[in-house]
Design a protein around this ligand. Structure first.
Ligand SMILES: [Zn+2]
Length: 124
């Protein structure tokens, strides 16, 4: 399950970013994974839950995962389209298989929200 390792890295990244941005607690986290990556959203969720509390800053965070479909460009007719089915790499317009795929293997943090550490009496 490489999702565990991936989630570990994500949390480390978050931790560093939160520290930089003076965030003491993360409340929401959104990840984007490409539908062509071999990452399973459920396994990622499971890993997230098992890491909860370590680091503690994300223990109550709501995790949202979006699977993003890759965009493709047909080299034969030039039409661009979204690959809906990861097993069908054909141009819907001309049926050509000579296509350029853009994306689909990504994994990144789209955004996260958190509560800022209160410094002095600066609140909200
Ligand atoms: Zn085409």
């Amino acid at each position: 399950m490489h999702e565990t390792a991936l989630m570990y890295d994500i949390l480390r990244t978050l931790e560093a970013s939160a520290e930089e941005n003076n965030i003491e607690e993360i409340t929401e986290l959104k990840l984007v994974i490409g539908s062509l990556s071999s990452i399973l959203p459920d396994a990622l969720r499971f890993a997230f839950d098992s890491f909860k509390g370590s680091p503690p800053l994300a223990k109550d965070a709501v995790l949202e995962i979006e699977e993003r479909k890759p965009e493709a460009l047909c080299k034969s007719c030039g039409c661009s389209f979204t690959i809906e089915d990861p097993w069908k790499f054909f141009c819907p317009q001309c049926g050509g298989a000579d296509i350029k795929i853009d994306g689909g293997e990504e994994l990144y943090i789209e955004y996260y929200k958190g509560r800022e550490r209160t410094v002095d009496s600066k609140e909200n």
